[in-house]
Design a protein around this ligand. Structure first.
Ligand SMILES: NC(=O)c1ccc[n+]([C@@H]2O[C@H](COP(=O)([O-])OP(=O)(O)OC[C@H]3O[C@@H](n4cnc5c(N)ncnc54)[C@H](OP(=O)(O)O)[C@@H]3O)[C@@H](O)[C@H]2O)c1
Length: 449
């Protein structure tokens, strides 16, 4: 079969792979070893005909000889013996230029590149539409977990209200070790690095950048909205202290780094979307609280469907290659049928500012341990309309730590509270603010946040 549909339904669909690292290498070995099985299951025979890497001299796979390898990615995209292009290089350039080139040549493309999709996804989707080809990216969000297809196909008729995900395995591993073994952040991170879950420079994970890119893609899919990584409010896990986790346990919560995308109003043509990444206290009976170690999960709330959760491996060579392979089979089917899958253009969207978030909050304040201090602190909360749900005091020598959980309050009000508290003479330190998920038990409305 050829890119124009050819006559022979048994002919292989020829795949050009850009990148042969963790994911590319796994994909090529799965296809080199298992193409017969894939063909038997799907009716599509996939054959990797060309592979581009940066350094061709480096040994990769026993099956990968110089007949298929090149350092010239452009030559793979243009090769008439390539029907479908898979981009597994990462980063924005040259990935973006190569994919545009492939689509303009009428070739469907598959990518696992979250950075690319979260920054220029809409531009690439428009290019795919103009060219009449598929641009598929199931692996870009949560590795092996199917999310793009469930949201855009199985739930195509559903009005999605909110998607909350644990989409970064590194931070979930660190938080799980802190939670289950009582160790500090530094020790847990060092272990993640030793085990290969965290990079030597872990900032993309621990500062929430990786999760923010995924949150933008999730918001785009869930609300058919044009959301980019820069729209996502972002906080990482670096300020989390073991004592925060201890308090969370006492109060019935686990601390998780969540990516949250919410419908916040507007219309289908111009949705208002709230999208953020931050550590959160998740009630222990919530399905996301039980997601341990480097696993990922995405919890979807739909108007008619109710709650759904997808769980699995969010990264790793073979899990991610499995999602890429699913896209490849889809793209090959569509190519053979002479068309492309459904992909509606994204609507221009409005992003709700974080100041307008309404939720409950956990906050610690270290104060001088003397009479009158607690009253002064409570007055500041009250002055900004932040009502206290619970307060605990722990002695710290001459100081005391006050641990608050608030009722549902406006983000702008809690931030104003923090700013004023920091100015009080008796306040030594304001700790990490952690947003609290779940119902506000004592609120008049009892509403969930
Ligand atoms: N790893 C995961 O678990 C995972 C999970 C989900 C999504 N992803 C995404 O999948 C993509 C690939 O990730 P990875 O972990 O496989 O990366 P990787 O191990 O760093 O591999 C990147 C590959 O791209 C090649 N490359 C880089 N620049 C190139 C260029 N200009 N021309 C040709 N080849 C070039 C590299 O060649 P050399 O080998 O010669 O340097 C290498 O083979 C990224 O977008 C990543 O975000 C990865």
């Amino acid at each position: 079969m050829t890119a124009d549909g050819g006559d022979d339904p048994q002919a292989p669909v020829r795949v050009g792979v850009l990148g042969c690292g963790t994911v590319g290498g796994a994909l090529i070995s799965i296809l080199d070893e298992g193409a017969d099985e894939v063909a038997a299951r799907t009716g599509i025979r996939l054959e990797v005909t060309r592979v581009a890497v940066r350094n061709v001299a480096r040994y990769r796979l026993p099956t990968l000889g110089s007949d298929r390898l090149t350092h010239d990615a452009h030559s793979v995209v243009c090769d008439p013996d390539v029907d479908v292009v898979v981009e597994l290089i990462g980063g924005i350039e040259p990935a973006r230029t190569l994919l545009v080139e492939a689509m303009r040549a009428g070739k469907p493309v598959v990518s696992a590149n979250k950075e690319l999709l979260a920054n220029v996804g809409n531009e690439l989707l428009a290019e795919a539409e103009r060219a009449g080809v598929d641009l598929l990216y199931e692996a870009a969000v949560a590795g092996a977990i199917p999310l793009v297809r469930p949201l855009t196909e199985s739930l195509a008729g559903e009005r999605i209200l909110r998607v909350m995900g644990i989409v970064n395995g590194t931070t979930n591993f660190v938080l799980t070790r802190m939670s289950e073994d009582g160790i500090g952040y530094g020790e847990a991170l060092a272990e993640a690095q030793r085990l290969g879950y965290a990079e030597r420079d872990p900032s993309a994970d621990v500062e929430g950048y990786d999760a923010a890119a995924k949150a933008a893609i999730i918001a785009g899919i869930a609300f058919n909205a044009d959301v980019v990584a820069g729209d996502v409010y972002r906080e990482g896990i670096t300020g989390i202290d073991p004592s925060d986790i201890e308090f969370a346990h006492r109060l019935g919560y686990e601390v998780k780094l969540l990516a949250v995308a919410e419908r916040a109003g507007g219309s289908a043509a111009r949705p208002v979307v709230a999208v953020r990444v931050h550590p959160a206290m998740v009630p222990r009976d919530h399905p996301l609280a039980g997601v341990r170690g480097s696993y990922n999960a995405v919890f979807i709330e739909g108007e008619a469907s109710g709650e759904l959760m997808l769980y699995g491996r969010g990264a790793g060579g073979r899990p991610t290659a499995s999602a890429v392979l699913g896209d490849l089979v889809d793209a090959a089917h569509n190519l053979r049928a002479g068309g492309r899958g459904r992909a509606a253009p994204r609507a221009r969207s409005e992003i709700r500012p974080i100041d307008e978030l309404e939720t409950q909050y956990y906050l610690t304040i270290d104060v001088e341990d003397r009479p009158g201090v607690l009253a002064a602190v409570a007055t500041v909360f009250g002055g900004h309309r932040v009502s206290i749900r619970s307060m605990e005091q722990v002695g710290l020598g001459g100081e005391a730590r006050l641990v608050f959980i608030t009722h549902t309050a406006l983000e702008a009000d809690i931030q104003a509270t923090i700013s004023e508290l920091a100015l009080l003479e008796s306040v030594e330190r304001v700790g990490k603010l952690i947003r609290v998920i779940g119902p506000d038990p004592d609120a008049a409305s009892g509403r969930a946040t």
